[in-house]
Design a protein around this ligand. Structure first.
Ligand code: AG3
Length: 281
C-alpha cells in the first residue's frame, strides 16, 4: 500500500508527498495536529491539514523569519515569538549572543509538546534546557495586551488566516504589537504567498500601514508552501531593513545560516512587479 498526503493549494492544484507512516495524530481544543514521516522531506507537521514545517526545508522559513529583523535592529535583547510552537524560530533567535531573553507565546500546548517529542532538531531550545527561553501557552493577543512597551522584536510565526490565526492579521492586533514594542522595535510576520494570496496580502499590508511608519515585504523560496514563493512583512518603528541594515555586522556573524546571508538580506526585499502590486498603497 502507498500513502500519499496532499495539501490543496487551490481548488485544482496541490502538493503531494509520499508518506511512510504517521507519528502522531490528535485534536487539541484549537486544531487538528498531524506529524508524519515523509520519504522526501523527513518529518512533517500539519495543522488542520496545512503543511507547517518539514525537516528538510524548515531552515529557509526559520532563517528568514528571524535573521533579517535581528540583523537590522542594532541591539535586539528581548524578543517575543507569537505562534511558532515547533521551536524553529526560537532556535534561530538563540544563535544571536546579544539576545538576553526570548519568549514563546503559543496558543496550543499540544504543538509544543509534540514538537519536543517528535521534532527535536527544531524544538532543541524550547525543551526547558535554555534559561534564556521562556514559554507561555496563551493567546498572543491576550499576552501582548498585558506586555506593552517591552520588546525589541516581535515575530508572528502563524498559520494561514483561518482558525486560531485569523486575529493575527487584523489592524487591532497590529496596534497591540506596536504598543508591545519599544520605541525602536521591529515586527516580522509571515505574510503568505504573493502568487496565491494577493487579497490576503492587500488587506494585511493595508492594516500594517495604518499602524507602522515603515512596512516592507520580503520573499523567500519555501518548496513545501503554496507556490513555493513565500513572503514576510517587515513592520518597523524606526529602522529600515535596507537603508539601516549593517551588512558588515551580518557578515561577521559567528554562526552558520544555511539560507540567510548578508547579500540575500538585501536581495529578499527586491520584489517582482506582481508582488509589489499586491501591496501597492
Ligand atoms: N507557519 C506556517 C506558514 C503557513 C503555511 N501555509 C500553508 N501550508 N498553507 C509555519 C510555522 C513554522 N514555525
Amino acid at each position: 500500500m502507498e500513502l500519499w498526503y496532499t495539501e490543496k493549494h487551490s481548488e485544482n492544484v496541490g502538493i503531494t508527498m509520499k508518506v511512510s507512516h504517521s507519528l502522531f495524530s490528535g485534536k487539541s481544543e484549537f486544531q487538528q495536529l498531524e506529524i508524519v514521516e515523509t520519504l522526501e522531506y523527513g518529518k512533517m507537521m500539519l495543522l488542520d491539514g496545512l503543511v507547517m514545517v518539514t525537516e528538510r526545508d524548515e531552515f529557509i522559513y526559520h532563517d528568514m523569519i528571524v535573521h533579517p529583523a535581528l540583523f537590522t535592529h542594532p541591539s535586539p535583547k528581548k524578543i517575543l515569538v507569537i505562534g511558532g510552537g515547533d521551536g524553529g524560530s526560537i532556535r534561530e533567535i538563540m544563535k544571536h549572543p546579544e539576545v538576553e531573553q526570548a519568549i514563546l507565546c503559543e496558543i496550543d500546548g499540544l504543538v509544543i509538546e509534540k514538537s519536543i517529542e517528535f521534532l527535536p532538531t527544531m524544538a532543541s531550545e524550547i525543551d526547558g534546557s535554555n534559561p534564556r527561553v521562556k514559554l507561555h501557552v496563551d493567546d498572543g493577543l491576550a499576552y501582548i495586551r498585558d506586555h506593552q512597551n517591552e520588546f525589541d522584536v516581535i515575530l508572528v510565526d502563524s498559520t494561514d488566516p483561518i482558525g486560531p490565526a485569523v486575529g493575527l492579521f487584523e489592524e487591532d492586533f497590529y496596534r497591540l504589537v506596536y504598543g508591545a514594542l519599544k520605541e525602536d522595535g521591529i515586527m516580522v510576520a509571515q505574510s503568505e504567498s504573493p502568487f496565491y494570496h494577493p487579497k490576503i496580502q492587500q488587506a494585511m499590508y493595508a492594516n500594517l500601514r495604518n499602524v507602522f511608519p515603515i512596512v516592507e515585504m520580503y520573499q523567500a523560496f519555501i518548496p513545501t508552501y503554496p507556490s513555493g514563493f513565500w513572503s514576510f512583512a517587515f513592520a518597523s518603528k524606526r529602522y529600515h531593513p535596507v537603508t539601516d541594515f549593517d551588512a558588515q555586522r551580518a557578515a561577521k556573524r559567528d554562526f552558520y545560516t544555511k539560507y540567510y546571508n548578508e547579500q540575500l538580506h538585501l536581495g529578499a526585499f527586491m520584489l517582482p512587479t506582481f508582488a509589489r502590486e499586491n501591496i501597492a498603497k
